[in-house]
Write a protein that binds this ligand. Structure first.
Ligand SMILES: [Fe+2]
Ligand SMILES: [Fe+2]
Length: 494
């Protein structure tokens, strides 16, 4: 729903500020963050008289003033790595992630912690405010005061800017409980996607990439997988077409970690496996975009480039500034990730070697994610069930048979994210595997029902539930292809 629409729809019913419902505020918050991001971005390119900029300022004002009308105040605040709109924590959305990240980084650089508008502002003031904000000197402590005073001195008292509060980082892994696991998992997921993107862009730009942040994120992911792997596995249903490489690298890490956990790896080894998986395709950063995103088949030369990426990846890793963060297991895993079980993959070897365990794990995770994600040359991906069936056909790709068995045991008969038809004629999405061993065909399911606003209801049903006669109330009849029903499965996991 468009913001203006949201505002008008709500206006009729809302008289008092406290009547703004939480979901409305969160939705508005996401819109406002995206608007702020674009405003800051375009004000760096255009001067204040530019038509496109003026149009965008007007649109943004509708959002901001709409909110002020209803809530009395507009306050956007940073606490640690979170954004709060009128004291309500905003959640990352897939579309909004880049904007969240941009705002956090840009405000933090300028030591701005909170922006408050205590009344409606007009176009000129908003424009001036954005230009003043973008032109603040980075790292200057007085920035917030200077910005507030700039307007106060002219009798404009509606604007207040507060400095960034530097707080000790919270140790998420220690404060993790069942309720916030889902939120922490989402944050770790999106942050990892963003950090991989940053790392790859640094490499592309010829800069030294900093992998310390990736290492910290890998450790958080390990903790989450150890606690409850199904939360992170659910997030792998987010298939972001535009950000394929980054999303893919995160998904491959999640699957690999889940396999590693089943194999009984220690946290330390899992952390290394996570890093290897995050960086497995880093060599692709040297392949031209046109080749990576080519809709048709690759020609000989292009294939040659493609086949080099494991080796290029190794070179990049060995050139890292913080080589201390990297160990031989990571380097070998990256080198091996396309060597099939019978060494028929690439790079070509001059002498036989055993494919490393990291390499063999990543091959499985890599193939499964690639097959279940839409690509430019295959817009409709395979369903989880189809992908597993293809992987089992040994002739197509050769995987380590034991690890493949572990993986199938892990994703289950009905993998997380499968769409299923129940005997009650209800449609559902597999949300979590059944925790009881031996009941793989009775996972936890969310019904595909929608509320009045058209949002997923997220109503969970337990397939173990029985009626008075002791019969199961619901059974899965078969899996369905969500693409045929135009259903975005990821919406059920975020
Ligand atoms: Fe690869
Ligand atoms: Fe890959």
């Amino acid at each position: 729903m468009e913001l203006t629409q949201a505002v008008t729809q709500n206006q009729g019913a809302i008289k008092k500020p406290e009547e703004v419902t939480e979901p409305d505020l969160l939705k508005l918050g996401n819109h406002v963050v995206i608007k702020f991001h674009v405003l800051m971005k375009i004000s760096q390119i255009y001067d204040s008289r530019n038509v496109a900029l003026q149009q965008f300022v007007r649109e943004s004002l509708q959002s901001i003033n709409g909110l002020i009308k209803k809530e009395g105040t507009f306050s956007l605040k940073i606490i640690r790595d979170e954004l709060f709109l009128n004291d309500q924590r905003l959640r990352y959305s897939v579309e909004g992630f880049t904007s969240f990240k941009y705002l956090l980084t840009q405000w933090k650089k300028r030591l701005i912690g909170e922006i408050i508008f205590r009344g409606e502002v007009d176009e000129e003031i908003l424009k001036e405010f954005i230009y003043a904000l973008i032109n603040l000197e980075e790292g200057k402590e007085e920035n917030a005061t200077l910005l507030s005073e700039r307007f106060a001195n002219r009798g404009i008292s509606v604007i207040e800017v507060r400095p960034l509060e530097i707080l000790e980082p919270e140790d998420e892994t220690e404060t993790l409980n069942k309720e916030n696991q889902q939120e922490v998992a989402k944050r770790v997921f999106f942050e990892t996607v963003g950090t991989i993107k940053e790392t790859i862009n640094q490499i592309k730009g010829g800069q030294y990439a900093d992998v310390r942040k990736l290492k910290r994120l890998a450790q958080k992911a390990v903790y989450l997988v150890m606690e409850d792997e199904s939360i992170l596995l659910g997030l792998t249903t987010i298939k972001n077409y535009d950000e394929y490489t980054f999303n893919h690298s995160v998904n491959v890490s999640i699957y690999s970690l889940a396999i590693g956990k089943r194999l009984g790896f220690s946290k330390k080894v899992l952390g290394e496996l996570g890093m290897t998986a995050m960086l497995h395709d880093v060599g692709k950063s040297k392949i031209p975009k046109e080749v990576l995103n080519k809709p048709g088949a690759l020609d000989g030369e292009e294939w040659g480039m493609m086949k080099k990426h494991p080796l290029t990846g190794v070179e990049i890793i060995l050139n890292l500034k913080q080589l201390g963060e990297i160990n031989p297991g990571i380097v070998i895993g990256i080198f091996d990730h396309h060597l099939k079980n019978d060494l028929s993959g690439y790079p070509k070897l001059f002498r036989k070697k055993q494919v490393s365990l990291f390499g063999r794990i990543i091959q499985i995770a890599d193939a499964y994610d690639a097959m279940t994600t839409p690509r430019i040359y295959k817009k409709t991906p395979f369903t989880p069930e189809q992908a597993l069936a293809m992987m089992l056909k040994e002739k197509m790709v050769q995987f380590d048979p034991i690890l493949l068995k572990v993986f199938i045991g892990l994703v289950g008969v009905y993998p997380i994210g499968s769409m299923v038809l129940l005997n009650t004629r209800e449609l559902g999405v597999v949300y979590k595997p059944n925790p009881e061993p031996g009941w793989g065909d009775r996972p936890q399911v969310i019904l595909l029902a929608r509320d009045q606003k058209g949002l997923p209801k997220k109503e969970a049903v337990n397939l173990m539930e029985t009626d008075e006669g002791g019969f199961f109330k619901r059974n899965i009849v078969k899996s369905l292809d969500p693409n045929k029903y135009h259903i975005d499965i990821a919406k059920y996991f975020i």
